[in-house]
Structures are given as C-alpha cells and as structure tokens.
Design a protein around this ligand. Structure first.
Ligand SMILES: Cc1cc2nc3c(=O)[nH]c(=O)nc-3n(C[C@H](O)[C@H](O)[C@H](O)COP(=O)(O)O)c2cc1C
Length: 214
C-alpha cells in the first residue's frame, strides 16, 4: 500500500547513502507516471526528464555532481532538465490533447494558441526561471511519489550545469537548462530530521511583517 501524502511528506528525509538494490522496472514506470502528472504553466510540460540508470552514465553524473556519493550509489537518478523555449515551439499536440480529453473547449484552445507563444516571448530573460519552476514541481511530485512507494531520494543542487548537460547529451543545446538532480533508491541508513523553524520565522498572515502563530 502506498503511503498517504501527509505521511510521505512527514517521514521523508534527504538520504545521503543508498543500497545498490535496483528499482523494479514496473515501479520505475509508476514513478515516471506520477512525476509527469505534475501541473505546469499552460500544461506545457516543459521539463525534459532524463532517467539515468546505466552505470557509466551514473559514474559520469557523479563527477558532474562534485562526486557526491548519493548519485553513484542510487540505482537511478532523474535529471530534471528544461526546455527554456518550450512555449515558442509547436504547441499543437498539447492543445489537441486538451481538446480530445474534453478538458478544453474550442474557445480555450484558441485562446491558448495565441496566448502561449505571446506569453513565452514576453517572458524574455525570465523564461529560464519559469521553466525551472515547472521542473521543480515535477521533481517534488517525484520525490513524494518515491517516498510513498517505499523509495528514498535526495534533491540535489550540487552540480556543475555544463557538466550535467554534457552527461545527458545536451552540451550543444543552449535552450536546455538543468533544474535539479534527484537520486532515487533504497535508503542504506536512517537519517534524522534537521528540524524546521517555528512558523513565525517564515510564515506570515496577510502581510510579511505579521508573523503567523498557528
Ligand atoms: C533544492 C535542493 C537542493 C539540495 N541539494 C543538496 C545537495 O546537493 N546535496 C545534499 O547532500 N543535499 C542537498 N539537499 C538536501 C537538503 O540539505 C535537505 O533537504 C535539508 O537539509 C533538509 O533535510 P530533509 O530533506 O531531510 O528534511 C538539497 C535540498 C533541496 C530542496
């Protein structure tokens, strides 16, 4: 039985050491399915997720991530890359699917056909930030889905972007950016919760200067 969402959220820890045990392909497939179920701006699905499983690829990824051991130990790593220009490309397949599922009517579809490219161009140098937001939401889905399914993860910012791009074969594509690397596997050790500050530290009511007390 998968864990419910509140339990998965509260029991999850960033795991720094993984067993070599592989992830069953069916379980991996389920994890991918739950990851891409994440929402994205205009349903653009602008993440480009590379499932890194091959031992040589994992070793190279480990080097690109400052030799952090989680990467090489975990049987699978999800590299959350993004296509920064996704909104400027052919969005018709996404629009068609929205119509076919019945989620979008003709009016919505026609609005999106016009609005999405305009929005994408207007983003200018914020395009990368917007794509990264979508990828981080997908990565959060992956992290919590993994926990719920009995796996562990460690979100990772510690890498060299150019090197990670080279490992996944995107070194010549200026429109690909890296959002996050997520090792996934079976925890080799328990880890303690480093704790969270009380609400008033970073949660406020109505205005940022009014601490939320709970
Ligand atoms: C975006 C992000 C990047 C992180 N990068 C790393 C990393 O490169 N290496 C690492 O060991 N932990 C990394 N962490 C894990 C944090 O240190 C960890 O989430 C934090 O200490 C809280 O612990 P917990 O996840 O067990 O609650 C990262 C976490 C986040 C959310």
């Amino acid at each position: 039985m998968p864990l419910d969402v509140p339990t998965a959220i509260l029991q999850r820890r960033s795991i720094k050491s993984f067993k070599p045990d592989p992830i069953d392909p069916e379980l991996l497939r389920q994890l991918v399915e739950l990851t891409v179920a994440a929402p994205s701006s205009y349903n653009l699905q602008d993440w480009r997720i590379v499932v890194v499983q091959d031992p040589e690829q994992r070793a190279a990824l480990g080097v690109a991530c400052f030799n952090q051991p989680q990467i090489i130990q975990a049987p699978v790593n999800f590299v959350f890359a993004v296509d920064v220009k996704a909104g400027e490309r052919d969005i018709n397949p996404i629009i068609e699917q929205g119509i076919q599922t019945g989620a979008w009517n003709e009016g919505t579809a026609n609005y999106f056909k016009k609005a999405i490219p305009e929005f994408a161009v207007a983003l200018g140098d914020k395009a990368r930030e917007y794509a990264i937001k979508d990828a981080m939401i997908a990565a959060t889905h992956a992290m919590l889905a993994a926990e719920s399914l009995g796996l562990s993860t460690c979100m990772m910012n510690g890498w060299n972007e150019a090197k990670v791009k080279a490992v996944i074969g995107a070194e010549n594509d200026p429109d690909i950016a890296i959002a996050l690397v997520l090792p996934i596997g079976y925890a080799a050790e328990p880890r303690k919760n480093p704790g969270r500050m009380p609400f008033e530290f970073n949660v406020s009511l109505d205005r940022i200067d009014r601490p939320y007390q709970g």
